[in-house]
Design a protein around this ligand. Structure first.
Ligand SMILES: *[C@@H]1O[C@H](CO)[C@@H](O)[C@H](O)[C@H]1NC(C)=O
Ligand SMILES: *[C@@H]1O[C@H](CO)[C@@H](O)[C@H](O)[C@H]1NC(C)=O
Ligand SMILES: *[C@@H]1O[C@H](CO)[C@@H](O)[C@H](O)[C@H]1NC(C)=O
Ligand SMILES: *[C@@H]1O[C@H](CO)[C@@H](O)[C@H](O)[C@H]1NC(C)=O
Ligand SMILES: *[C@@H]1O[C@H](CO)[C@@H](O)[C@H](O)[C@H]1NC(C)=O
Ligand SMILES: *[C@@H]1O[C@H](CO)[C@@H](O)[C@H](O)[C@H]1NC(C)=O
Ligand SMILES: *[C@@H]1O[C@H](CO)[C@@H](O)[C@H](O)[C@H]1NC(C)=O
Ligand SMILES: *[C@@H]1O[C@H](CO)[C@@H](O)[C@H](O)[C@H]1NC(C)=O
Ligand SMILES: [Zn+2]
Length: 500
């Protein structure tokens, strides 16, 4: 058998010239990014969460993660997908709006407005589909296969391209149904094992809804955390049952936290002295603590001055003066006037239409806006608690795990690198130690120089475009991948990662 294999290798090497093909390509680690919307950083501290605790013991946990500003669902998820602050990716609100016509669209409808999402930053799905790292290019010249279930941004097209496999929820979707959650997880497992996807994003609309409706300190929110924890247990069980445990990296994170709404001394723009909506061409209010305004021509100074000190919890800025630390206002979609309020206070506009007990959107430095980051899998250290970091850094980590080159972004891999097993770590001592080796093999950019696996000068497979336009047709047969596989220094490959 060994002889045959070597002969096969030699033969293929001769026929291909530049690349020495692997008899069998190593399995690249797959990646699953899960978001539980509105999971405040400390929600696991007043509820029993055995499955989340187990995951932390098996992997990495950040003390908390800081979202970008404004702390809304679509903008913060798009930061996870692009590594950019809102003023750089352009998804500056959950709602699409047009200041000229005054039209606004709610969260769900906005999911389908590609021009809102596709504003200059490519989400990681598209980048992964277009390209693969040098090494992976040999194995996978068509790029990676991605999928997404309900994740904000899934429905849109980016430069005409879209996620390869997607599930978009219907308009009146119940985001809380645990049976649906398990079905989504089963679908993810099928996509990984049957469809052989490399990267999937999975979104759950809780505990956000419970936090809004009943408040972050409510029994209902605590019960929802139990449901989330059961779901994490189910997810990890299904990962094991699907045989994915040793080659799937799992990240569980969220977009923002949740704050109890203060119902006294409320901010009501409509009642502010000398303010009138007649001075505005456009306003976007009644959306938690955030507001955008376009004063009529010549009215900016007036509107600004009447609002500026109208309420001690209300902050009003001209666009150019908005604090730079928020990385929010420097975008063409931001209106000449911006409003935000202190934690707990929401901004009411013409009429009082906000009755939530919990809200987000507040300053991302407020502790109650902080969220979670957990990870487990062959790439990650075990039982490690890391210091807080900004969610703008998650994108670079995802790219690293997938072995793809990031687009320009606002984060840094250095921030999350300490979570990762390096080539010299002997961490996974207890289980089979093939993981670290496999991982090293699969991370050419950060491997030691001797493990940088590439086929220099090797052309992409002829006739195969790297621009996949979402649909790539059938999965590349495993055989095909093998025949394209190439390694410069096959003797350096750890035995354990060759899958004979
Ligand atoms: C590689 O993936 C295949 C198909 O998913 C699986 O059958 C095999 O066990 C994997 N090998 C390793 C070493 O993980
Ligand atoms: C972003 O959207 C704005 C309109 O909302 C548009 O003016 C601008 O050209 C877009 N930028 C890119 C790069 O798509
Ligand atoms: C939850 O979803 C399942 C499957 O879609 C459905 O059969 C069930 O009726 C739903 N439960 C509730 C309470 O809506
Ligand atoms: C959603 O389904 C859950 C049960 O899964 C149920 O308790 C809840 O009332 C439903 N919510 C709505 C808005 O229908
Ligand atoms: C409202 O405007 C009037 C006249 O423009 C001014 O005298 C008054 O001080 C203003 N009141 C407040 C509260 O700004
Ligand atoms: C604002 O954004 C533009 C690009 O849209 C950039 O050139 C400029 O440096 C940014 N300014 C600040 C203060 O970040
Ligand atoms: C890793 O394990 C090898 C043997 O398996 C050992 O020689 C080496 O010292 C270990 N390195 C560290 C950093 O523990
Ligand atoms: C590795 O395992 C040995 C015993 O098998 C143990 O003494 C050592 O502490 C372990 N190292 C790590 C880093 O877990
Ligand atoms: Zn959210």
């Amino acid at each position: 058998m060994k002889m045959l294999l070597s002969l096969g290798l030699l033969f293929a090497a001769l026929s291909l010239g530049r690349c020495i093909p692997l008899q069998q390509a190593p399995n690249r680690s797959k990646l699953l990014l899960v978001s539980f919307d509105g999971f405040r950083w400390n929600y696991d501290q007043d509820v029993d969460t055995p499955n989340l605790d187990r995951m932390a013991a098996d992997g990495v946990k950040a003390k908390y993660m800081t979202p970008p500003f404004i702390t809304l669902t679509s903008p913060c998820h798009f930061t996870l997908l692009t590594g950019r602050y809102l003023e750089n990716h352009g998804v500056i609100h959950n709602m699409w709006f047009d200041t000229k016509t005054g039209w606004r669209l709610p969260y769900y409808t906005t999911q389908g407005i590609s021009s809102w999402w596709d504003n200059g930053s490519l989400p990681i799905w598209i980048t992964a589909q277009r390209q693969a790292s040098e090494f992976m290019e040999c194995l996978h010249p068509q790029g990676l296969k991605t999928g997404s279930i309900h994740f904000p941004g899934t429905k849109a097209k980016y430069r005409g391209e879209e996620v390869y496999m997607k599930l978009v929820e219907p308009a009146l979707f119940n985001y809380s149904n645990e049976t649906n959650w398990r079905q989504s997880i089963d679908t993810v497992m099928e996509w990984f094992t049957v469809e052989n996807l490399d990267f999937i994003t999975l979104y759950f609309g809780e505990p956000d809804s419970a936090g809004h409706k009943f408040g972050p300190e409510s029994t209902q929110r605590k019960n929802m955390i139990k449901q989330v924890d059961r779901t994490v247990g189910y997810l990890r069980q299904r990962i094991r049952e699907s045989g994915l445990e040793s080659n799937l990296n799992l990240i569980i994170t969220s977009d923002h936290g949740m704050e109890t709404v203060i119902k006294s001394n409320e901010i009501h723009i409509g009642t502010i002295n000398n303010f009138t909506f007649k001075d505005l061409d456009f306003e976007l209010l009644d959306y938690g603590p955030n507001g955008l305004m376009v004063p009529k021509e010549g009215k900016l100074e007036h509107v600004y001055s009447v609002l500026k000190n109208a309420h001690p919890k209300l902050h009003v800025y001209k666009k150019e003066e908005f604090p730079k630390r928020f990385h929010y206002a420097n975008h063409s979609r931001i209106t000449p006037l911006l409003l935000y309020s202190d934690p707990g206070y929401v901004i009411h506009g013409r009429y009082k239409v906000q009755f939530n007990k919990g809200e987000h959107g507040f300053d991302n430095e407020a502790m109650n806006m902080k969220t979670i980051f957990r990870a487990v899998g062959p790439a990650f250290k075990k039982g490690l608690v890391v210091e807080p970091f900004e969610s703008v850094n998650v994108y670079a980590l995802l790219c690293e795990l997938l072995g793809i080159t990031p687009e320009p972004h606002d984060g840094s891999l250095e921030v999350t690198k300490p979570m990762l097993l390096g080539p010299t770590d002997n961490d996974s001592n207890d289980s089979d130690d093939s993981n670290a080796d496999t991982y090293r093999l699969q991370r050419p950019e950060t491997g030691t120089s001797s493990t940088v696996l590439s086929c220099p000068g090797s052309p992409r497979a002829p006739g195969i475009s790297t621009r996949t336009h979402g649909k790539m047709g059938k999965a590349v047969a495993h055989k095909d991948i093998q025949s394209q596989g190439c390694l410069k220094e096959p003797d350096r490959i750890p035995k354990t990662s060759l899958n004979y």
